[in-house]
Design a binder for this molecule. Sequence first.
Ligand code: TXA
Ligand code: MG
Length: 499
Amino acid sequence: MNTPKRKAVFLDRDGTIIEDRGYLKSRNEAVFFPDAVDALRRLSGDYLLFVVSNQNGIGKGLITAEDAAAVNSYIDGVLSGAGIKITEWYVCPHKREDGCSCMKPSPYFLEKAAADYDLDLSASWIIGDHPHDVETGARCGASGLYVLTGHGARHLGELPPDVPVFHDLTGAAEWICGGMGNGIPNICSVEDGGRILAGGGLVAFPTETVYGLGADVFNPAAVENIFRTKGRPFFDPLIAHVSDLKQMERLCRIIPEDARRLMERFWPGPLTIVLPKKPEVPDVVTGGNDTVAIRMPAHPTARRLISLAGTPIAAPSANAFGRTSPTTALHVVHQLGTKGYSIIDGGACRVGVESTVVSLAGGSPCLLRPGGIPLEQLEEVLGTVETAVKPVLKNLDSPGLLENHYAPKTPLYIVKSLPAENPDPATGMMVFGSPELKTAGPVEYLSRAGSAPEAAANLYAAMRRMDTLGLSRILTVLLPGEGLGRAVNDRIKKAAVKT
Ligand code: TXA
Ligand code: MG
């Protein structure tokens, strides 16, 4: 009788297990991600673990093979002390010009491991913070998962849209060990989700911005259930999500030329366009306004779900009203519980802040909410866009501009600059860039490299992690007010304590 082949998880090292701090010469320079050991322990229960690392610093003469081996053996020591075995440490020492056969995305080491350890690569995984890690898996039949740590957020643009991404190794490990949905009882497939929506039920689903809680736009009773589940006031209107232009035509009376140009450039994607509505669109969706907000999400799962449902889907962010928006399926369940709706797990959201909302229903284009598409890019298409928010809604001056929104429970303070020394362990900091800090409290780096898109992708998950630590306060700074920085600052200001 044949023994079944074994399964493995291949791990990138820098940016995945330890922080990516350039070419590491000694063990002292290796800094573990805080969750890495626990995540690897979880994986080691069912999988052989291998590390596959490109160390082109060796080929470039910046570090030696011994330096790299010393760092590996330090990590190996920490892990084996925690009961975790790395079966092999594979290192490609070459630089790209060498044209070697072992540099990722070549699957050389994965195939070697498969031969040496009798692995089933089709039941195996590779996790890394660079698109080439995922590509390495794809070339040999293993599944690739992508983490937003290390360089992950920076290279997202190069990653195929259907690859699941995670905020950290823990998210990826949960995905692998629990199967999709990691033990959430109300989890469902996209196909089931489509049927549930068509039948008047609620489905939470991933989009590229945040998770949404959806219902059939044309089923007022179902849409009312969204408001009840979220505790959201009925006057705050919802965005109708579409998967194609036919669905859009069921919602709005006209599609002005400006809207067509925006759609052409930014759809599918994180842009919501407000237009005059058709009378068939129920009042409960639009808060009784004669306009409707429409968006075509870029996340392939979201579009597939909407298309299977066969109807536009009304969906606010899937959080309790006024609280931090969810960027993973677990975030949704932590806030909304598991009753009254089903949920599709699609990993972490790539953009991380909500869509930009622009109104073309009045005279000139008007920005109602900064979001995933920067104002500068809108203006490339529309010319000047008004940003002073006009009262466009019946009962609410400006959408999402309710004073306290997107808020953690721990008081969040915006400071001009973070204190270089903080002796208080109950003061957490959310940091942008990598300033020198001596602090007794926890730190979340929104983006060490000072990138606004990276900060956006990390923002809500970082707030949530901080919010679970029982701190007395969180300090943070604003980003430069351009590009995605505008949206991040908007959310930080709304989450902050008003003084
Ligand atoms: O990225 C997003 O937009 C996410 C995902 C799930 O698509 N959705 C989202 O929905 O953020 P929600 O409900 O949290 O925010 C929708 C915003 C609100 O600020 C609302 O006031 C505004 O859009 N809005 C909706 N309909 C509108 C309308 N007819 N006129 C003006 N603003 C509108
Ligand atoms: Mg890496």
